[in-house]
Write a protein that binds this ligand. Structure first.
Ligand code: ADP
Length: 871
């Protein structure tokens, strides 16, 4: 322990106690020193403590409380230092529990050292001895001396101090045990830490020694690795010169039964080398030695070391040299073996080169003339070698292509896939790969190629180059695209048309459906097509029955089938209608191989048909209803006609008859003027009424007229009319003319009625004093005849012209021009029944022109002429 000196630094107040404790421990290498007491105001600094340290201090222990708050890590040049911070200063002499308990009971703790100079302490607090009592009473109930037994008159002093501050006193013997324990822990802790550091330093030193040793081993190892004999000999020479510092060092090699490099060795040594048959010998000068290098019975050479710098150590040097002899022999042998390997390698390379050149020529020819593109590509992607075909494919000339990388001409959409393959090949995950991709040609156009790549590795296991085989597939790709497009068009057309197709291969019982069928049947496209029995669930029972029958019949007869069916879609959608067509395919022996067919969505057509059917039904119903109504009206009309023709005429006839009877019975001559006039009125009214009834009957008949299609010669009709109107024509001096009138299709009686009405009106509505002149003309117009009836009568005002064809419409008074107003209404109805029209043009005072159309009589193969029609 002579090289250690530990300084224990503590507060002045506790110094005597700690000193005493240290002395009791009997430590010769521990010195306890005091630093001035000031209870941390201000805190202690390292510079204040440093002068206290004794020369040769190897470790420091600092004990205290508030004074130490300013001390952190000691300065670098300080010896090993340990700081023991106390929670309470009194812990230096007594345990924590004891101190805490005493303070909580109101005890004012004091140490023997403090007690020894208590009046000084009170003075430093600013009290006279008899004035401090009041101050102490504020916080203490007793004075307690922690007695370490270092103050001989402790009792007396305690009493004096107690009397001065008027507090009871107590003395607690704590001895030095606690202080000693504290010191032991601090000092031994420091010692342990110092030892630990020493051990670490020793360890460091040993590690360094080991490093020197391994450096030496390295040197020997390097010797073994030398590949060249002169190099090896130079290294051996360097080693021996370093070890023994000789003036001369020589090596004579024994190769193939002869000494090498002898001429550079002094003759005396040469001689000795030739004659050396043992492992070693001293040189003639006596200041060196010769060493023979042997291995497995044959000699490698001899080392001559002469004129050592310290010849008197030659024995020790010889021992060292002999221990190194084995390794020197190995080194030289090794170098010679390596040399031989090199020569062999060179000879082999020479031979291989010749072979390589020949195969290179063959390779060159194959490479250049290949029908596909071939390239060697560096691992980074640069074209190293490219053949003619590749240049053609990408449209670059040879040199331009070599300035590019494959990445630069690869289409961006294909690049990632390609690079991914390359990475996997470089990582040795795959040996080669093939892919279809696009290059940009020099002119910017795109060309599709099929690429196959493999990788050649160097001997050192790094990648050397890629071999790429490039085949142009542009035409194939275009064909594929066209095919795909037309396939897509077809699919789209089928989708738009709602047309699907299916196949059922009976040999394998496999079904094939197009997408559209899945859609029509509402079946999940991820499922396989439904089997024949399974399909049943997609149809209403009625549809399935008729469809299954159609299929079975087709299979039996070999004839195709067509069938409409109602589909219940599997996805719960609304029912659909389809037309399904199918046919069977047979082999040479007439066995069915396959059924195939189409399914056409006809839902919309079916809906439209249904709508039309409903509309028709409704229309039919309405027609029936209307017909019934018309029939009822007709019936009423018929009844009216019956009434008019029979019941109305009867009283008229009666009136006429009785007026006549009266005239006969009384005798007309006996009647006065007025009675005769009354009778005339009765007769006239009855006649008018009769005319009206006849006209009404005619009108009603014309409405129900069924036109029988017969040829009617209008010339004949006019002749009949002229005859009928003979009387009135004579009376009025009227003339009626016509020329070459045509034959029309119709009914003679009705047409006579038409012309009789028109000509009759022309005579009736004549201008006073003007003889009526009537003219009838005809003009062909396609399948119609246009007939014109012109008069020179009173004419009509334009605004009334349309009204005259309505029943009972008259423009003139009955008194002036008698009539019922039904004539033209009957005329129009008859013309319309013949499929013609009638209209009138007129100017008042200038006559009227009636124009009507009638169908021409065209062929002989129609009904025979209505002979009866012409009276
Ligand atoms: P009615 O001759 O019995 O009066 P119509 O139906 O034949 O009845 O003629 C209707 C009316 O048209 C006649 O009352 C007359 O006013 C006018 N009308 C017909 N034909 C002629 C005509 N040729 N010239 C002038 N007015 C005519």
């Amino acid at each position: 322990m002579s090289d250690t000196l530990i300084c224990v630094l503590c507060c002045h107040n506790f110094h005597p106690d700690l000193l005493a404790a240290a002395q009791e421990e009997g430590w010769s290498d521990v010195q306890v020193m005091a630093y001035p007491v000031r209870c941390g105001r201000p805190a202690m600094r390292w510079e204040e403590l440093e002068p206290l340290l004794l020369p040769g201090t190897s470790g420091v222990v600092i004990l205290g409380r508030a004074c130490l708050t300013g001390l952190d890590a000691p300065p670098d040049h300080w010896p090993m230092t340990r700081i023991d911070r106390q929670a309470e200063c009194f812990h230096l002499v007594a345990g924590k529990t004891l101190v805490a308990e005493a303070i909580s009971r109101g005890a004012y703790l004091i140490t023997p050292t403090w007690l020894a100079t208590w009046p000084d302490h009170l003075a430093s607090m600013g009290f006279q001895s008899d004035q401090a009592g009041e101050f102490f009473h504020d916080f203490a109930r007793e004075l307690l001396l922690l007695d370490t037994a270092i103050l001989p008159d402790a009792d007396d002093r305690l009493r004096e101090f107690g009397a001065a501050v008027r507090l009871p006193v107590r003395r607690l013997a704590v001895g030095l045990d606690y202080t000693r324990l504290l010191l032991q822990r601090a000092v031994n802790g420091l010692r342990w830490e110092t030892e630990r550091q020493r051990a670490r330093q020793k360890e460091l030193r040993q590690t360094r020694d080991m490093a020197d040793l391994s450096a030496a081993m390295d040197f020997l190892g390097r010797l073994v690795l030398l590949k060249d004999e002169p190099e090896a000999i130079a290294a051996i020479e360097e080693m021996f010169r370093m070890l023994f510092a000789p003036t001369e060092f020589h090596f004579a090699g024994w190769v193939d039964g002869a000494w090498q490099s002898m001429d550079r060795i002094p003759p005396a040594l040469q001689e000795q080398i030739r004659q050396l048959h043992r492992e070693w010998a001293w040189t003639r000068s006596g200041e060196g030695f010769l060493l023979r290098l042997d291995r497995a019975g044959h000699t490698v050479g001899t080392i001559a070391i002469d004129h050592l710098a310290f010849p008197h150590f030659r024995e020790r040097y010889l021992d060292t040299a002999r221990s190194l002899l084995g390794i020197c022999t190995l080194v030289i042998e090794n170098a010679r073996t390596l040399q031989r390997i090199k020569w062999t390698e060179a000879a082999l390379r020479q031979a291989t080169n010749t072979l390589l050149q020949e195969s290179e020529i063959r390779f060159e020819a194959t490479f250049e003339q290949a029908a596909v593109g071939i390239a060697l590509v560096s691992p980074e992607g640069r074209w190293l070698r490219v053949n003619r075909k590749l240049c053609q494919i990408v449209g670059y000339d040879h040199d331009a292509l070599l300035n590019l990388t494959f990445q630069e001409i690869t289409h961006p959409e294909d690049l990632d896939t390609d690079l991914d393959y390359v990475q996997r090949m470089l990582a040795r995950q795959i040996e080669n790969y093939a892919m279809e991709k696009r290059y940009f040609r020099r002119d910017g156009s795109v060309v599709w190629i099929n690429l196959t790549v493999s990788l050649v590795w160097k001997a050192d296991t790094t990648p050397d180059y890629f071999i790429a085989v490039i085949e142009e597939i542009q035409a194939r790709k275009e064909a594929e695209a066209a095919l795909r497009e037309s396939g897509e068009n077809l699919r789209e057309a089928r989708r738009l048309a709602g047309l699907g197709d299916w196949k059922w291969d009976l040999r394998t019982d496999t079904h094939t459906w197009s997408e559209e069928i899945y859609r029509l049947y509402g079946r999940d496209p991820a499922l396989p097509p439904a089997s024949y029995p399974e399909v049943r669930s997609y149809f209403t029972p009625e549809s399935w029955t008729s469809m299954a029958a159609a299929i079975e019949q087709s299979m039996a007869t070999g004839k195709p089938y067509v069938c409409d069916a109602e589909v219940i879609p599997g996805d719960g959608g609304p029912h659909r209608w389809i037309t399904t067509r199918g046919e069977s395919l047979y082999d040479a022996d007439g066995r069915i191989l396959m059924l195939r067919g189409t399914v056409q969505d006809i839902t919309e057509r079916k809906h439209a048909e249904e709508e039309i059917r409903l509309l028709n039904a409704e229309l039919e119903q309405r027609v029936q209803q209307r017909t019934a109504e018309l029939e009822a009206v007709n019936q009423e009309l018929k009844e009216f006609v019956y009434v008019a023709s029979h019941d109305l005429q009867e009283p008229l006839r009666t009136m006429n008859s009785y007026a006549e009877f009266l005239r006969e019975d009384v005798g007309e001559a006996t009647l006065n003027e007025s009675a005769q006039e009354d009778l005339r009125f009765i007769t006239d009214a009855a006649k008018r009424m009769q005319t009206l009834v006849w006209d009404l009957l005619a009108y009603s008949r014309s409405g129900r007229l069924e036109v029988r299609h017969r040829p009617v010669a209008l010339n004949d009709c006019l002749a009949a009319v002229q005859e009928n109107l003979q009387t009135s024509m004579v009376e009025s001096h009227a003339s009626v003319t016509w020329e070459d009138l045509p034959t029309v299709r119709g009914e003679a009686t009705s047409l006579i009625s038409v012309f009789q009405n028109l000509i009759g009106n022309g005579i009736k509505f004549r201008r006073p004093g003007v003889d009526p002149i009537l003219r009838v003309e005809a003009e062909a117009n396609g399948a119609l005849w246009v007939i014109r009836v012109r008069d020179n009568g009173i004419g009509m005002e334009g605004k009334y012209l349309e009204q005259i064809f309505q029943p009972f419409k008259r423009l003139h008074s009955k008194k002036e021009y008698p009539g019922t107003g039904l004539g033209l209404a009957i005329v129009r109805k008859i013309v319309e029944r013949h499929g013609g029209v009638i209209q009138v043009e007129s100017t008042p005072g200038h006559g009227s022109l009636f124009t009507l159309t009638l169908p021409a009589w065209i062929g002989q193969n129609q009904n025979p002429p209505d002979r009866e029609a012409v009276p």
